[in-house]
Design a protein around this ligand. Structure first.
Ligand code: BTN
Length: 267
């Protein structure tokens, strides 16, 4: 997988150095350990790629099941990036956009985004993203973005069947995993450079909203167990979701504080 990826990759610096393991506990842990011991020159833009994970991590302490040979499990490492820690969380949205663009290009089937960063096909999730950061002084020492893409997985456990899918299940074809990973990194490099121009999503907002499945759709907000309903009206430059209520009030919703669901289904 590593050789093929290196051969195909057309980026300037993103993912130019690839570390590969047949199996690792989690590419997040691996990338963080490397970041602690390594330098910016050596590791900025490095990619940590594993064939399987024994302790794959999902959001909110969930497990990310990571069987071998079917999917992509990778972490990108940004060393000492010149980004304020306040803006770093937006990189998760930048990666979500990049995966959606890559999946659409590779499969010819439209992938969309469920805010903030789930990539979705036919109403089901094909990708999860988890970003972690270490701050030193006032700036990030490193940021690592973990990406799990369901590429050729044939079956999902029963409790996930109505929420998760893979590119293969959606297209009926076995896909080349390297191609999906390469396209993701290429889109991410371009999008990241646009992000750096303003340190926020100003230059990516239009592309993001074009793929946002919640756009102008009813959403349920669940905040500390309390539910409210409104209509999603796009995102801010900081990546917050704009939600309009019946009263006409528009609220900015921050990811992590509020969970957002569709009215009748997961999206
Ligand atoms: C989510 O819950 O939606 C986020 C899932 C993130 C999974 C990826 S797979 C590669 C990286 N390593 C991990 O342990 N998790 C992330």
């Amino acid at each position: 997988m590593q050789k093929e990826l290196e051969k195909q990759l057309q980026t300037r610096w993103m993912g130019k150095k690839v570390f590969y393991r047949e199996e690792t506990e989690s590419t997040i842990t691996w990338a963080k350990e490397a970041a602690k011991a390594g330098s910016r020159e050596e590791l900025d833009g490095a990619l940590f790629l594993a064939e399987a994970q024994t302790g794959g991590k999902g959001r909110m302490g969930r497990v990310w099941t990571s069987p071998p040979g079917q999917n992509i499990y990778m972490n990108l490492l940004l060393m000492e990036p010149e980004i304020s820690p306040m803006n770093a969380a937006s990189l998760t949205l930048v990666m979500g956009l990049s995966v959606a663009q890559a999946a659409t290009e590779v499969t010819g089937k439209k992938a969309g985004i469920k805010w903030p960063n789930d990539v979705v096909m036919s109403g089901k999730k094909i990708c999860g993203i988890l970003t972690e950061m270490q701050i030193s002084g006032n700036m990030p020492k490193y940021i690592t973005i973990g990406v799990g893409i369901n590429v050729n997985q044939k079956e999902f456990p029963e409790e996930l069947q109505d929420k998760a899918t893979s590119l293969m299940l959606e297209t009926g074809e076995i896909l080349v995993r390297e191609e999906v990973a390469v396209k993701t990194l290429e889109y991410f490099e371009k999008n990241y450079e646009k992000f750096l121009e303003t340190q926020d999503l100003s230059r990516l907002k239009a592309e993001y909203e074009a793929l946002l499945l919640n756009q102008n759709q009813p959403v349920r907000l669940i905040e500390k167990g309390v539910e409210s309903r409104g209509i999603a009206r796009g995102i801010t430059e900081k990546g917050e979701l704009l939600v309009e209520f019946e009263t006409g009030e528009i609220r900015k919703v921050l990811s992590g504080e509020v969970s957002v669901r569709g009215l009748y289904s997961y999206v």
